[in-house]
Design a protein around this ligand. Structure first.
Ligand code: HEM
Length: 132
């Protein structure tokens, strides 16, 4: 599966203003860092990152998230299905992570209607991430 054409690009057309509306790359970076903090602090999904979050992983996520929200970033990292296959991530893990994303966006002051759209875009990645 090619992530960019199958999962990220379709959202891009409707999401161009989201990237700008939340404050561009600085806001995307803050959102990713806030999300990771919450993931690591959560024993349920934090267990997937026993060594913490590697800088490469953080950079991939910022790029992918930026592209998905309509920014100029272009993700060229590992295929998402391959990256998650065998990790045993459940729907519940995905839901918890999405909940952490909502809380992060709220704490950053992202308006609810934009947060809803962002979560909707991320929800489209569920089939690539949930493997159990
Ligand atoms: C929409 C949601 C998600 C996106 C965009 C995403 C993105 C990514 C990307 C780009 C990679 C490859 C990074 C690399 O190889 O360094 C990756 C790997 C990984 N993801 Fe996700 N992910 C998502 C959801 C999740 C969830 C819900 C979990 C677990 C709760 C998870 C756990 C992992 C783990 C454990 C790896 C391997 C990390 C490593 O090797 O350091 N991901 N993810």
């Amino acid at each position: 599966m090619t992530v960019c054409s199958d999962t990220v690009a379709p959202a891009e057309a409707t999401a161009v203003s989201i990237y700008q509306a939340i404050g561009g790359r600085a806001a995307v970076t803050a959102a990713v860092d806030g999300l990771y903090e919450r993931i690591i602090a959560d024993p349920v999904v934090g267990r997937f990152f026993p060594q913490g979050v590697a800088p490469k992983h953080r950079a991939y996520f910022i790029t992918l998230f930026g592209e998905a929200l309509g920014g100029p970033e272009r993700y060229r990292g590992p295929d998402l299905v391959k990256a998650h296959s065998g990790l045993g991530i459940t729907d519940d893990d995905f839901d918890r992570t999405a909940g952490h994303l909502v809380a992060t966006l709220d704490s950053l002051g992202v308006p609810g209607h934009l947060a809803d759209q962002i979560v909707g875009i991320v929800a489209g990645l569920r089939p690539a991430v949930v493997t159990a």
